[in-house]
Design a binder for this molecule. Structure first.
Ligand code: SF4
Length: 312
């Protein structure tokens, strides 16, 4: 039977755990993590028709913070909300240089309908990867993510836009998009010295959400410190020839059939529940062989979930 939840996240999840792929098609945790908030804000902003899509992204993050429980160890929930909202605004303001982004049309794949996560650009697709750092190894990993492989299903090259957020510490991202340094006398905003080293002594750290200047001032200061190219990394387009496209399509069809056939009794890969990099969002109670439901902290969903690889 066709459904509307086949997407890159379905297949990425299947490769972690068949049970996760099943759950991701119909249910998600009611509480939202930092990563989910940021992703949803950015996604909302890039496709917003608002005159100020960056502000739309920020407003969406704040709306979500008031409407859903937030999953954080921080007691300062308002501070976290403002931090994520400011980050989403800056990312969207930099990415959305033209009209609202649109997804390509869903694709018939065998008896299933594929709902894309990529965005259309002339002659291809693009996707955004929000990452703590970027490296050759990370580039290889992202190139084999199903959000990139869906380019083979469409027969189109995929450009990856990697936005480097910096590491997460104490509930906040520590990178140029979120944190700068103010000169002790003239208040100039800087991020790093010409030799790439940081600041110490009397320089005062400042979070983006607490900075008195505008987002234009912030980005200009990042630009002057030579940080834009390493914060917004454009990976050269990944192309798929006819043979690769056919092979990827075969793999996708096979995996979608596996997801469709497994049903609620899908196999649990229990060793993945508490993965050190990304613990599964269903681990309580699924890791203890109970079913996640609306009675134990989950809500039904009607659209594909956020890519599970997002922003780590
Ligand atoms: S909690 Fe474990 S068994 Fe359940 S979906 Fe997640 S990884 Fe699979």
């Amino acid at each position: 039977m066709s459904n509307n939840l086949n997407s890159p996240s379905s297949l990425n999840s299947l490769e972690v755990c068949p049970k996760q792929a099943q759950l991701r098609r119909r249910i998600e945790r009611e509480s939202l993590s930092f990563h989910q908030l940021l992703y949803r804000g950015v996604e909302f902003g890039v496709q917003s028709e608002s005159d100020d899509p960056g502000k739309a992204a920020s407003d969406e993050v704040l709306r979500l913070c008031w409407s859903r429980p937030i999953e954080t160890e921080q007691s300062d929930l308002l501070g976290m909300a403002e931090h994520v909202a400011a980050l989403a605004e800056l990312i969207v303001w930099c990415l959305r240089t033209g009209p609202a982004w649109k997804h390509p049309d869903p694709l018939a794949l065998g008896s299933e309908i594929w709902h894309p996560a990529c965005w259309s650009i002339p002659g291809g697709l693009r996707r955004v990867a929000l990452v703590d750092h970027w490296s050759d190894r990370r580039a290889l990993q992202e190139a084999r993510d199903w959000q990139t492989l869906e380019g083979a299903l469409y027969g189109l090259p995929v450009t990856i836009l990697a936005v480097v957020l910096g590491p997460m510490r104490n509930g906040r991202r520590h990178g140029p998009l979120t944190k700068g340094w103010l000169h002790p006398r003239n208040g100039e905003l800087r991020f790093q010295k010409r030799d790439g080293s940081g600041f110490d002594g009397n320089w005062e750290s400042v979070w983006r959400e607490s900075y008195d200047g505008s987002r234009e001032d912030w980005i200009e200061a990042m630009n002057e410190d030579g940080l834009m190219a390493e914060t917004f990394v454009v990976h050269s387009a990944i192309e798929f020839d006819a043979r690769e496209s056919e092979k990827v399509r075969e793999v996708a069809l096979s995996k979608l059939a596996q997801v469709a056939a497994s049903g609620i009794e899908a196999t649990r890969n229990l060793s993945r529940c508490f993965d050190a990099v990304r613990a599964c969002e269903y681990r309580f109670p699924c890791a203890y062989l109970q079913e996640p439901t609306e009675l134990n902290g989950f809500v039904n969903i009607s659209r594909p979930g956020a890519p599970p690889h997002f922003a780590r």
